[in-house]
Design a protein around this ligand. Structure first.
Ligand code: CA
Length: 233
């Protein structure tokens, strides 16, 4: 299963496909694009090979003898996040392939044009490269000091108005619970003269801005469509 290329830096694309004609066409397109294709015809062997030395990406046919493509993908996902593009003839199973149950990154439908497959491979590799470069977002933690009417986010003080303090305190004291705008008005004792739903929205907007100044990647106040807001880190 050695990749048949001269360029050692070429990315290794494992093609798991039991139909030799299709596999050969894919391999030749990938080779011409500068990739190093590796052919496997059997799910079980592909799984073992991925475990031994993971390729940069797997093109995985669903219909395979023995262990089929979805089983291979599921098994790979227990130990590796290697990008997997499923190749399927059935449009109706795409949701399942991309869902948590199987865990593929993308799919191509048979019949496909090899050019389309190569483009898909490039896109998925780019996406995978980006996501591995991005550091994980920091976990937000709030500390509420009622005596000082102060809230800190990850150790940094949020410069809140008294109304914003009460609003955020209310939401954050019960993470996950949805509060309607009416409940927020009642429970956070908003004392604005022109009290309306839009007031709540503008307070939330300001709080979000202040939170984003400390943790730009993180959303802790979630809008619940048609209802109101909830806090969840
Ligand atoms: Ca097949």
């Amino acid at each position: 299963m050695n990749p048949d290329v001269t360029n050692p830096a070429a990315r290794v694309i494992m093609i798991v496909e039991d139909e030799p004609t299709i596999a050969d066409i894919l391999a030749s397109y990938l080779r011409h694009t500068g990739f190093a294709p590796v052919l496997m015809t059997n799910g079980q062997e592909a799984l073992a090979a991925i475990r031994r030395s993971p390729p940069d990406l797997v093109l995985l046919d669903v219909m395979l003898p023995g262990l089929d493509g979805t089983e291979v993908c599921r098994a790979v996902r227990t130990f590796s996040a290697v990008p997997i593009i499923m190749v399927t003839a059935r449009v109706d199973e795409i949701d399942r392939l991309l869902g948590l149950e199987v865990g593929a990154d993308d799919y191509v439908c048979k019949p496909f044009s090899p050019r389309e497959v190569v483009a898909r491979v490039q896109t998925v590799l780019r996406r995978a490269g980006r996501s591995s470069e991005i550091a994980p977002a920091p976990v937000p933690w709030l500390e509420i000091d009622d005596d000082a009417a102060r809230i800190t986010l990850n150790g940094q003080r949020l410069d809140l108005t008294p109304t914003e303090f009460r609003l955020l305190r209310l939401l954050a004291s019960r993470p996950g619970r949805v509060y309607s705008r009416g409940q927020i008005l009642d429970l956070a004792y908003l004392q604005d003269q022109d009290v309306s739903d839009r007031i709540i929205d503008s307070h939330v907007k300001n709080i979000r801005k202040k939170i984003a100044a400390i943790l730009p990647e993180v959303e802790v106040i979630h809008s619940v469509y048609g209802i109101g807001y909830r806090y969840e880190a």
